[in-house]
Design a protein around this ligand. Structure first.
Ligand code: ADP
Ligand code: MG
Length: 605
């Protein structure tokens, strides 16, 4: 007990010895083997290495060795490299505002040397021989000539040997190794041009040669990620972004596959994570997480990297702009139709869609007689398809389940022509590439949703007055919400009036959804308002509401459609953004190429 002892006086103030200063700093920089490893790998990248070999023993606690082929350290500077606040990366105050290297604080090696036995072996390309220096705690050995062809080898042994309290906090070997592996994955993703080898307890765990960023993502995140990934690229005057984002059919139970690098630095940032989440807002189940590898670049003076000694947190000068830029870029690209089983075919018909569809597909959808036609579609989808396709479509074939029409009538549509319907659930269509299978309900739901969004973007949803207003009893919270969000509800087409302390009447409903269970819908809406709160998330709420509406209104399974009706649905899908997934993130269709079918039947072997 130090504090609150009667009559006790504090010891005189004195400057702490270097070792203690370094150990205190190490508390922040070197928390565990993984954080030490991160610092060493960053040093190798800063030195321009193209090959990095990592050797760990016992989760990195016993031994942590990083060898690189970077620029090396001058013999005369070896002892400086392990001194605190000594760095070759910045030199004047202004530099701090424009950091372009991963390191800049000049404390990693000093910190690590204060809590482990550190050895530094290095050779600069322009020097005739290499040098070595060894440090353990306060004992700094002299720099001595040594043998090494190029680059640097840093070895740290017996981490926390002289700080037992720290050592106790370390977890099991395998846990510590797991953290080290995460670090290697992040760094390797950030630098796909660099070859990495990771050896643990003499076993080679990872080896990747220099490769492009998709190949690197495939090597580290797996084939499933790479197969679902679309390329992201966008430029703005101050920002650029590139990388890979998985289509919503590939999701994760956690954020473990979200890698965002800002100016080459892996960052764990709430704002960035939120932007990624927002990009997938319409197409992902609430409890699933998207997978992305994104490289965001912006001028170094627009981002402060000196927020935390670990340097994984950053502060953006204009956080809002960064958020918007990332969210939009990702959203735009994942809105594309998916690159399904047969990649080349899918790409060619993606191009086909792009060519025949005006710039903004959601708005470009033929808005026939405005919202009246939506209403028609919601209530009588069949009639709607008939008007869409023309009178011929009205004649139902005797047995719609059997293929009668000859598809591929001259023009070759991306999603092809319907040939059959299976159990009232799936549409089978033939296109140039082979076979397309469509989940009718999911596809229709997505189409309705995108169109409702476009319609509500343009104007509030039209209301349809009810002949007999519907009374709805509400609790205190919901009464308040209904009153305070009356304007928002009206913009969705719900006109609500208070008629008692715990009752409202609904006087009109959205024109496109006259047959809804009004009370249930209203309660669900108020729940959403209660949960999300303020008006700045109204758009997101609106989309959620629209999504619910679309799901209710979309053609239900077990509805038989005629071939022309099915074709009409296919044409709508082609014209609809994000038609590759339903509003719940399920895929709406799959492409099977002829090769896939041939493989299935072992043809041509
Ligand atoms: P910082 O990276 O913040 O400068 P460090 O303590 O990590 O601080 O490293 C101190 C200095 O040692 C660096 O500025 C760099 O000049 C040199 N250095 C460290 N590791 C390497 C390496 N692998 N290759 C070349 N130089 C290195
Ligand atoms: Mg460093």
């Amino acid at each position: 007990m130090i504090a609150k002892v009667e009559g006790a006086s504090l010891a005189p103030i004195k400057t702490l010895p270097d070792l203690l200063i370094n150990q205190i700093a190490a508390g922040e920089v070197v928390e565990r083997p993984a954080s030490a490893l991160k610092e060493l790998l960053e040093n190798s990248l800063d030195a321009g290495a193209t090959r990095i070999e990592i050797e760990l023993t016992a989760g990195g606690i016993k031994r942590l060795k990083v060898a690189d082929n970077g620029s090396g350290i001058a013999f005369a500077e070896l002892s400086l490299a392990v001194a605190r606040h000594a760095t070759s990366k910045i030199s004047q105050p202004e530099d701090l505002a424009r950091v372009v290297s991963l390191g800049f604080r000049g404390e990693a090696l000093a910190s690590l040397a204060s809590v482990s036995r550190l050895s530094l072996l290095s050779r600069r390309r322009d020097e005739t021989h290499a040098g070595r220096i060894e440090v353990a705690g306060a004992m700094i050995g002299p720099a001595e000539p040594a043998a090494l062809a190029e680059g640097t080898i840093v070895t740290s042994e017996e981490l926390f040997f002289n700080t037992p309290a720290r050592r106790k906090f370390l977890k099991s070997e395998s846990t510590e190794f797991g953290h080290c592996e995460d670090v290697v994955h992040r760094i390797a993703l950030s630098a796909p041009h660099v070859a990495f080898t990771l050896v643990h307890n003499a076993r080679r765990v990872l080896h990747v040669e220099s490769q492009d960023s998709l190949a690197r993502a495939r090597a580290l995140l797996g084939e499933a990620f790479a197969g679902a990934a679309v390329e992201i690229t966008a430029e703005a005057p101050q920002f650029s972004i590139r990388g890979w984002a998985a289509l919503p059919r590939y999701t994760r139970a956690s954020r473990d596959q979200q890698f965002v690098f800002v100016n080459g630095r892996f960052v764990r940032d709430k704002l960035v994570a939120h932007a990624v989440r927002a990009a997938y807002a319409d197409v992902l189940h609430g409890d699933r997480h998207p997978a992305v590898v994104l490289f965001v670049e912006l001028p170094p003076d627009l981002v402060d990297v000196n927020v935390h000694p670990g340097k994984t947190e950053v502060r953006f000068r204009d956080a809002h702009a960064v958020h918007q830029f990332i969210a939009r870029a990702v959203r735009k690209h994942i809105g594309r139709p998916p690159d399904e089983v047969n990649a080349p075919a899918a790409i060619s018909w993606m191009e086909a869609i792009a060519a025949r569809r005006p710039a903004d597909a959601a708005m470009a959808y033929p808005v026939r007689s405005g919202q009246a036609s939506f209403a028609t579609e919601m209530n009588e989808p069949e009639a709607f398809y008939r008007t869409l396709f023309g009178p011929a479509g009205a004649e139902r074939p005797a047995n719609p389940q059997v293929a009668q029409a000859t598809p591929a009538r001259g023009e070759d549509m991306p999603l092809g022509h319907a040939v059959a319907q299976i159990h009232g659930v799936y549409i089978l269509a033939q296109n140039a590439a082979g076979l397309v299978i469509v989940d009718m309900h999911a596809a229709h739901e997505r189409i309705l949703y995108e169109r409702m969004k476009a319609a509500t973007d343009a104007a509030p949803l039209a209301s349809q007055p009810l002949l007999a207003p519907i009374p709805v009893s509400l609790g205190e919270r919901d009464m308040e919400l209904a009153a305070s969000h009356a304007g928002f509800l009206l913009s969705l087409g719900f006109d609500i009036a208070e008629v008692g302390p715990s009752q409202v009447v609904v006087r009109s409903v959205p024109a496109m959804l006259p047959t809804l269970d009004v009370a249930a819908m209203l309660r669900e809406l108020l729940d959403e308002l209660a949960e999300h709160g303020q008006s700045d998330v109204l758009t997101a709420q609106r989309d959620e509401v629209l999504s619910t509406m679309a799901c209710h209104a979309a053609v239900r399974a077990n509805r038989q459609l005629t071939l022309p009706e099915m074709d009409a649905l296919l044409r709508q899908m082609e014209a609809t953004e994000r038609s590759g997934q339903c509003n719940h993130g399920r895929p709406t269709w799959y492409q099977f190429g002829m090769q896939d079918l041939d493989r299935l039947f072992m043809r041509g072997r």
